[in-house]
Write a protein that binds this ligand. Structure first.
Ligand code: HEM
Length: 129
């Protein structure tokens, strides 16, 4: 998973990453994105369109970042929430955050299925050659 990041030395130790400006900038963007989605929880259409935008942003990377990355991320996400909020695993807030991530991943998976049916740039090149 770490190999997919190019703007910061993602494979470095946590102590190195914690002081890396690009890593901190990226982490802030991820948190802000989640925060923006939480703010529109009561507006399902707006929430869905934000989740779709996030899914497309990752699926449009080359090669795509799809469920093969989001599923393992989901497995670890609760640890991040528990540590950041200093809460036990069974706490309602931890459960709610993981449900929220499930929703984001569900949207991503629907979009991913559509992506798979589209020819990739390399498929198009082969058709043309
Ligand atoms: C809910 C979870 C996630 C959120 C909210 C999120 C959010 C974001 C955002 C906001 C960006 C754009 C950053 C920018 O404009 O500089 C981004 C880029 C990116 N994300 Fe995610 N992300 C998530 C999960 C993941 C996962 C699981 C991976 C797995 C490797 C990943 C890999 C990437 C990569 C490679 C980029 C491009 C980074 C770059 O080249 O600067 N993301 N993500």
């Amino acid at each position: 998973m770490r190999k997919r990041f190019h703007k910061f030395p993602a494979s470095s130790a946590a102590s190195v990453l914690k002081v890396d400006k690009e890593f901190l900038r990226h982490s802030r963007k991820v948190i802000v994105e989640l925060d923006e989605m939480v703010k529109v929880l009561n507006a399902p259409d707006v929430l869905k369109s934000r989740a779709l935008k996030l899914a497309r942003r990752h699926l449009d990377l080359d090669p795509p970042i799809g469920s093969q990355f989001f599923d393992p991320f989901y497995e670890k996400f609760h640890v991040f929430i528990e540590t950041s909020l200093d809460l036990p695993p069974e706490h309602e807030e931890v459960q709610l955050w993981t449900s929220f991530l499930s929703f984001i991943i569900a949207v991503l998976k629907v979009e991913e299925a559509k992506h798979r049916t589209k020819p990739s740039d390399s498929d198009i090149c082969c058709i043309l050659l």
